[in-house]
Design a protein around this ligand. Structure first.
Ligand SMILES: N[C@@H](CCC(=O)N[C@@H](CS)C(=O)NCC(=O)O)C(=O)O
Length: 122
């Protein structure tokens, strides 16, 4: 029997392909936690922009801790929200808001096929 640490490392290595599969099969993915205020703001923004996105609430997944560690290993970011657009890692709410304020978010979302039309003004 391996140690707790060995098992944990193996679980993270198993979570990584799963995370990559989720990211590559959806135009937009938000890894989130239900109680996280930054995540709530992100979900609210995407809802206002009529974005179709895949939401993964890490605190509701049995392997949420492993997925979070796999994300940290892959992207260097452990915090939520952790946002991907068009398979590309964007970052957390600060990074997304920065893109939005620069007028770059809606075009990115549209190009990724996550917004049906360009009418969103927010
Ligand atoms: N400034 C960060 C804020 C993100 C943040 O601090 N998230 C908290 C939850 S509200 C977090 O992930 N804490 C570590 C954890 O929950 O494991 C961003 O741009 O996304």
């Amino acid at each position: 029997m391996g140690s707790v640490w060995t098992k944990s490392t193996q679980d993270i290595q198993m979570a990584l392909p799963k995370v990559k599969e989720i990211v590559s099969s959806h135009p937009v993915v938000v890894f989130s936690k239900t109680y996280c205020g930054f995540c709530k703001r992100m979900k609210q923004l995407f809802s206002e922009l009529n974005v179709s996105y895949k939401l993964v609430e890490l605190d509701e997944e049995s392997d949420g801790n492993e997925v979070q560690s796999a994300l940290a290993e892959w992207t260097g970011q452990r915090t939520v929200p952790n946002v991907f657009i068009g398979g590309k890692h964007i970052g957390g709410s600060d990074a997304v808001m920065e893109k939005h304020q620069a007028g770059k978010l809606v075009p990115m979302l549209t190009e990724a096929g996550a917004i049906a039309n360009n009418s969103a003004q927010l």
